[in-house]
Design a protein. Structure first.
Length: 98
């Protein structure tokens, strides 16, 4: 159960930081302030963020140090799977439609 909660939390925080403006545009301001540097580019990448957001969540998942490494990757991987599943569907329109 802890792994499921950690994956959901990782997805939520990573999605907030990478894809949303946040409450009162706070996240958008932080993203703009970081600019085009390494941290700014990382804030634009859901997959990059999920790796770092999952680090503290690995401590929530497992108390055993060796297992934390696996939990770290599993939480990030689970969040990445959720991100891919939740993307907007691709739609096609017919060329002969006005």
């Amino acid at each position: 159960m802890r792994l499921v909660l950690a994956v959901l939390a990782c997805w939520r925080v990573s999605h907030l930081l990478a894809r949303e403006d946040g409450p009162w545009d706070g996240v958008a301001r932080v993203r703009a302030a970081l600019g085009g540097g390494m941290l700014g580019r990382m804030m634009d990448c859901f997959y990059c963020l999920s790796v770092w957001v999952s680090v503290p969540l690995a401590f929530f998942v497992s108390p055993v140090p060796v297992e934390r490494v696996v939990a770290w990757l599993a939480v990030s991987g689970g969040a990445c799977l959720l991100e891919r599943i939740g993307r907007e569907p691709v739609t096609f329109t017919r060329l002969d439609e006005p």
